[in-house]
Design a protein around this ligand. Structure first.
Ligand code: EPU
Length: 337
């Protein structure tokens, strides 16, 4: 266990926001974690994973618990499938690469998503037609009140679009320790339906792609429009794509016939928030060091020394502009503290 006092959280959040933590405790074992929880109340703790889906707007007075549990292992396998477990502190992309090297299929479309394995189920991370729930087998979590371990299967997690029980009823109650995935060893079900993946494969002349080809396509597409947090602070998509009714869509289409949408069911569609922000003229917009990314308007960026308050103010301005123009409200996907 490592205890640090009065430190900058800049290296601990992908937005690169420079706020101070009174105390940060890094735990590398479940025993450490239990020890910390025995000494303090859960309400006095601030749980930190990969710091990739948060905006820090002020100094943190609570003790930060940085979950750095490491390890990956194969739990069971047969000719067709394998169940792989990764500890919460494993870097998500490194875990995806570990699976691809072994030809374990199912999470290749989720290549290059920043963050750690343990926080991935909380918001049911997703990209290019795939979500974590599709291969999720179970996760083990520590109940911060009773210090007992609990296993959540897929149903228990109540996954939704960037949503799960851990953002709702179970919020603040559990710390995810490890996650298991059920992956394929042969007859991989490739998901190339997301337009630009097919296009990438076609351009490369790849006719019979494997999971590695899909991963490379995703990496290339992501790199072409999403900023690398190591170079430019960001938290991926800042907003969720809003869901509106088909009646509202029909109304909007009168004025914006080219508006893209994804059908969810007979009554609801999802609109890309990036398109709305772009059409509102805010792509590439910048106020000091806080900005809207030049290539993907859904991503807010920190050009260097933006404060969390400045990014938050910019996000509110964007919400207002989109609401005024389209009468659609967009809500943050990132957690704001
Ligand atoms: N668009 C614009 N201008 C922009 C951005 C997007 O016109 O500045 C249009 C695009 O042309 C396209 C549509 O909006 O027609 C959708 O854009 P894109 O394919 O880039 O996807 P997205 O809906 O903006 C979502 C996820 C991303 C994920 C991609 C790919 C959410 C909130 N975001 O973005 O996830 O990588 O799809 O599957 O659902 C994340 O959650 O951090 C994230 C990056």
């Amino acid at each position: 266990m490592k205890v640090l006092q009065h430190i900058s959280l800049k290296p601990y959040n992908t937005f690169g926001i420079d706020v101070t933590a009174r105390q940060l405790v890094e735990v590398t074992s479940v025993e450490d974690l239990k020890e910390v929880l025995q000494k303090s109340y859960a309400s006095e703790l601030f749980i930190l994973g990969g710091g990739s889906n948060m905006l820090l707007t002020k100094d943190v007075e609570q003790t930060i618990l940085h979950i750095n549990l490491r390890g990956k292992q194969i739990i069971e396998e047969n000719q067709d499938e394998v169940v792989v477990e990764a500890m919460a502190g494993e870097n998500w992309h490194e875990f995806v690469m570990y699976c691809i090297e072994r030809d374990f299929g199912g999470i290749e479309n989720l290549s290059l998503i920043p963050g750690n394995v343990g926080t991935a189920p909380i918001q049911n991370i997703g990209a290019y037609g795939v979500e974590i729930k599709d291969t999720f087998e179970s996760c083990t979590a520590l109940d911060v009140q009773t210090l007992e371990l609990r296993t959540f299967n897929r149903e228990d997690c109540r996954f939704g679009y960037r949503d799960s029980i851990f953002k709702n009823e179970a919020k603040g109650r559990y710390i995810i320790l490890s996650v298991r995935f059920r992956l394929t060893k042969r007859d991989h079900k490739l998901n190339t339906s997301y337009g630009s993946i097919d296009l990438f494969l076609e351009e490369k002349g790849i006719k019979d792609p494997g999971i590695k080809d899909i991963s490379e396509a995703v990496i290339s597409i992501r790199q072409s429009k999403l900023p690398n947090p190591k170079e430019l602070g960001n938290s991926g998509s800042f907003f969720k794509n809003p869901v509106i009714s088909t009646a509202e869509l029909a109304d909007l289409q009168k004025q914006y016939p080219e508006m893209p949408f994804y059908v969810l069911d007979e009554e609801r569609v999802k609109i890309p928030a990036g398109w709305l922000i772009d059409r509102a003229g805010l792509k590439g917009y910048r106020e000091g060091d806080a900005g809207v990314h030049e290539k993907q308007a859904l991503v807010l960026v920190n050009y260097g020394n933006a404060t969390g308050q400045e990014i938050l103010a910019l996000s509110q301005k964007i919400q207002e502009r989109v609401s005024d123009m389209f009468n659609v409200s967009i809500t943050p996907e990132v957690n704001i503290f």
